[in-house]
Design a protein around this ligand. Structure first.
Ligand code: B3K
Ligand code: ZN
Length: 838
């Protein structure tokens, strides 16, 4: 059994305090010479990690190590009778060119780069590859390439010194023919920092936004958290082949080029917002992750949950806080609630794993961030700041646990957080039901919480749930401003004396990651939609109304009713509301969201029926707004050259929603005009996807002619065709796309743009009842697994909702899971498939 358990944690008997690396780069025969300064801190053998390495030399204190003093396997190097202090020298040979797992040292378009988190360093050299071993580094890179980068400060060409002790996972090395866009930043401590964004020649013109976002992030972390940068240089490198978004290596962040490169012609508003958020996220890790790191991988949320929370705060400050919050909650529900409801549910701090890469999940990241947000609500902004200050002061330079983090808040505020800590150990989305009564001038709300069973966990204990609430009167005037009720037992009651029946606005700002069951009348919801002072709950009221309609349309075959359509139309026309907010309020709940809602309500979801209901609701809204669409769109026209700011982006977002409605009525006339007139990728993509939905066959060809030279834009082209095709054609289109010469499955962005676009972007297409979508995915998972197990394992989560569906679909999915499990597959994919089969 390869399972690793949190309870088995033990510190290493012999640690490494300094790493001296000399790397001679070669595509198939890179030589890595390592000199490790080792020090005993307890009894036991030293076991170093090393995988896919060819041993060229092994010396201890300058002498070749005799065969009886060590044991070498394909995963470890064990030293017998190691002295108290010594220098261990190894020489390893590796082959970056053939490394398609994109973990360790690999090549992308002729450039060398590394990805070490979580356990990639062991594919570079033998080392204690775990986060509680923190060492300083000297790195020398030898290669006939103009740019040679590693962590820390450059002391001579190709020679780097990192003075800050760090774990292996933060090591990075990059070498290639790169050019930089540069700038400077002076920290509040007066340190001059050179900022560089390194890209392939030709991409320099698309780096401005990332550089700007970096400077804003640096200033924000100083202002809001009092944290300054700590080296003379901060490098960002854009890489085309990258398994995820980006990586926070000390002083040398490596990014998927999709999250660095942007120009108005090639990137959409969404891309710009993602670049801003991810640049900030990786930069913020310098303090939450790097200066203070994790003791072991079970503590991953210590750095990830906190850093996501920080990047969400940053984006809220840079843009509209309300729009940011709605977007974050949409993500949380789409990804984390889904995960928490199925066979892959796990606590924010898992207690065991087989492959740690399988736990970089929405639960660890997004629910982890929600837990920080709840903590802040419970201790208040001042208590939060005091706790953070204490954390940075007490634990700088250490590898920590969640207990260390919470203790800082207990010590800083005097509050007992032992019950709150259950959020880290109990999996599953709590359900909170609200029951209201109003009698004899007393309004009462009874709140009850249940934490559901999840794989391996039953009989859960009530948690501390901060429930923000307020009251309105029937005309929408405020009766009680926002307060926080702490629901810490199975049941709690809020009581208010009031002469008139109030309208409750509960879970304002989505104050806790729970599923709220509140049987509120349409009339009350319409009051909230029109008047709530809490913008999140205004949106949420509209959401609840829409969801109820769509569920009834699917389950009972009803048609959308006039009062709802009127309310929607009114909101669309409400000039006092932010366009970005209106765009979000007009968007209907996703097909996956509806499938889950039906499933929870005891109805087996039919993906085709859900798709059809959403289409019908869209058409009804379009008809309700028909005569106004042209004028509303004109009001959203942005004048002047493209700017990615939130205000302009909001107008474009609402315009896109309106254009999609118009397309339902005119068959694509407005979209054709918009496509021709577009001077930026946001508008162009909006029109393009409308035309795909309208079934215009010429548009894909035209788009391709214009953009075939641009890899990132073509990723959008691939994805759009799969996502915006009719469900019964989606698998055929996806299959056709994978047969093109420019479909390179080894490139994660391209792979996701077809396979991910089907599984996540066209649910009715993926769930076709002939099982073709399931077969298509399984075929690709097996192909991908042989190359890049991490990517295969991640993509396999598309199957995690299989128990929702009818017996036929369940059988079809089950057959594919069994088929995959029967092949010789990676540990990564085997763990995921095993958990999903249950
Ligand atoms: N820490 C990295 C993620 C590493 C994933 C390894 N499988 C990016 C981030 O969260 O900032
Ligand atoms: Zn992170």
């Amino acid at each position: 059994d390869e399972t690793v358990y949190l309870k088995d944690y033990a510190p290493v008997p012999v640690t490494v305090t300094h790493v001296d690396l000399h790397v001679r780069l070669d595509p198939r025969a890179t030589e890595v010479s390592a000199r490790l300064t080792c020090k005993r801190q307890g009894p036991g053998e030293m076991v170093l990690n090393g995988e896919q390495l060819e041993m060229v030399a092994l010396r201890l204190d300058g002498k070749d190590l005799p065969a009886d003093r060590y044991t070498l396997t394909d995963k470890t190097l064990t030293l017998h009778d190691a002295p108290d202090a010594f220098l261990l020298e190894t020489v390893a040979r590796i082959s970056p060119e053939t490394n398609k797992a994109l973990e360790g040292l690999y090549m992308s378009n002729g450039m060398y780069c590394t990805q070490c988190e979580a356990e990639g360093f062991r594919r570079i050299t033998w080392m204690l590859d775990r986060p509680d071993v923190m060492a300083t580094y000297d790195v020398e890179i030898e290669a006939d390439l103009p740019v040679l980068l590693s962590n820390g400060d450059e002391v001579a060409p190709g020679k780097w010194h990192d003075p800050w002790p760090k774990p292996t996972y933060l090591f990075a090395l990059v070498a290639g023919n790169l050019v930089a866009a540069s700038d400077r930043f002076t920290t509040m401590e007066g340190r001059e920092v050179a900022l560089n964004v390194w890209v392939r020649p030709g991409d320099e013109g698309r780096t401005g936004y990332a550089l700007d976002a970096l400077k804003r992030s640096m200033a924000w972390d100083e202002q809001v958290y009092g944290r300054a940068y700590d080296l003379s240089v901060f490098n960002i490198v854009a890489v085309d082949d990258f398994n995820m978004g980006a990586m926070e290596n000390k002083g040398l962040n490596v990014f998927n080029s999709k999250y660095v490169l942007a120009s108005p012609e090639t990137a959409t508003d969404t891309d710009y917002a993602l670049i801003e958020g991810i640049v900030a996220h990786e930069y913020f890790h310098n303090w939450t992750g790097n200066r203070i790191t994790c003791r072991d991988w079970f503590q991953l949320c210590l750095k990830e949950g906190l850093t996501v929370f920080r990047d969400q705060q940053f984006s809220a400050d840079m843009r509209s806080a309300a729009v940011q919050r709605i977007g974050d909650v949409l993500q949380l529900r789409a990804r984390q609630f889904r995960e928490d409801a199925g066979p892959l549910a796990h606590p924010v701090r898992p207690e065991s794993f087989v492959e740690i890469n399988n736990f970089y999940t929405a639960t660890v990241y997004e629910k982890g961030a929600e837990v920080i947000g709840m903590l802040r609500r419970l201790v208040g902004p001042d208590g939060y700041q005091a706790g953070c200050d204490l954390y940075f002061e007490r634990h700088d330079g250490q590898a920590c646990t969640i207990e260390d983090w919470l203790k800082c808040f207990e010590d800083a505020t005097g509050r007992d957080l032992s019950q709150f800590a259950l959020w880290y150990s109990q999996a599953g989305t709590p359900r909170v039901t609200v029951e209201e009564s109003w009698e004899d001038g007393v309004w009462r709300a009874t709140l009850r919480q249940v934490v559901p069973d999840t794989p391996g966990q039953t009989d859960k204990i009530p948690m501390t749930i901060p429930v923000a609430w307020g009251l309105l009167d029937a005309d929408g005037a405020e009766l009680r401003p926002t307060e926080v009720f702490e629901l810490s037992e199975a049941e709690g009651v809020i009581e208010v004396e009031t002469a008139s029946r109030p309208v409750l606005s509960v879970l304002r700002g989505f104050s806790a990651p729970v599923i709220l069951e509140h049987d509120q009348s349409d009339a009350d919801r319409l009051v909230l939609l029109a008047h709530d002072t809490d913008p999140f709950n205004r949106w949420e009221a509209g959401r609840a109304l829409a969801k109820a309609r769509l569920v009834a349309m699917v389950a009972e075959g009803t048609a959308p009713d006039a009062p709802w359509l009127e309310a929607i139309a009114k909101l669309a026309r409400d000039e006092t509301a932010d366009p970005a907010f209106r765009a979000l309020a007009l968007a209907l709940p996703s097909e996956d969201d509806l499938a889950q809602t039906l499933h929870v309500g005891g109805i087996v979801p039919d993906p085709d029926a859900i798709h059809a209901a959403r289409e019908a609701a869209g058409l009804a809204i379009a008809q309700a707004l028909a005569s106004d669409l042209g004028e509303l769109r004109r009001a959203m026209r942005v004048t002047g050259p493209y700017d990615a700011n939130a205000e302009d982006a909001g107008k474009r977002a609402l315009d896109a929603v309106l254009l999609r409605l118009a397309t339902r009525l005119d068959g694509g006339d407005a979209a054709r005009a918009a496509y021709g007139a577009a001077d930026n990728m946001t508008d162009r993509m909006a029109a393009f996807t409308c035309l795909l939905e309208a079934g215009d066959p010429s548009v894909a060809k035209a788009f391709e002619e214009d953009w075939k030279h641009d890899r990132l834009v073509m990723d959008k082209w691939f994805a759009a065709q799969v996502m915006h095709s009719a469900p019964d054609r989606a698998v055929g289109i996806a299959t056709g796309l994978t047969r093109r010469d420019d479909f390179d499955a080894a490139n994660p962005n391209r792979f996701r743009s077809v396979i991910g676009a089907l599984t996540a972007g066209n649910p009715a297409g993926f769930h076709q009842k002939d099982g073709s979508g399931y077969r298509f995915l399984a075929d690709w998972l097996l192909k991908m697994d042989a190359m890049n197990p991490q990517m295969a394992a991640r993509m396999s989560t598309a199957f995690d909702t299989w128990r929702r569906y009818d017996a036929d679909r369940q059988d079809l999915i089950r057959a594919q899971l069994d088929r995959i499990a029967g092949e010789s597959i990676s540990r990564d994919l085997a763990e995921m498939v095993g958990r999903m089969r249950g």
